[in-house]
Unconditional design. Structure first.
Length: 130
């Protein structure tokens, strides 16, 4: 498999497989590992479904599978099972060294202030009024 695309490893897919729907009617499903890898690729990249690489299968299949499984609660079941599996999620640990804030978050000077001109301050009256 090509390294530039995201693919689930055997261990990762074994964790997900018991939570996938089975016994569906109709024509056989496209390979679950390929479709889930494609869904994860699209979600991670923040792209559109139509921009998914063709190595993951038909784009409409990726979208339909994501929508149907969302409606059935499959994704929630997978997330809860993985969260309850134990062990700290190393990729999700965040501390202050990993977070970068914008300079305005530190209470720096913000925005422009309207300052009257020196002449206006001296007279106390606006120059444009008679």
């Amino acid at each position: 498999m090509n390294r530039e695309y995201f693919w689930l490893s055997d261990e990762q897919f074994e964790l997900l497989e018991p939570h996938l729907p089975t016994g569906t009617r109709g024509k056989p499903r496209v390979d679950d590992r390929r479709v889930i890898s494609g869904i994860i690729h699209v979600v991670k990249s923040g792209g559109r479904w139509v921009d998914a690489p063709s190595v993951y299968g038909p784009r409409k299949t990726l979208y339909n599978r994501f929508q149907r499984w969302s409606a059935k609660g499959v994704w929630s079941a997978i997330f809860h099972a993985l969260a309850n599996a134990g062990g700290p999620p190393a990729e999700l640990l965040i501390d202050s060294s990993a977070v970068r804030a914008h300079r305005c978050a530190a209470g720096g000077k913000g925005g422009s202030k309207i300052r009257p001109s020196v002449a206006r301050e001296a007279d106390g009256l606006p120059k444009s009024m008679p």
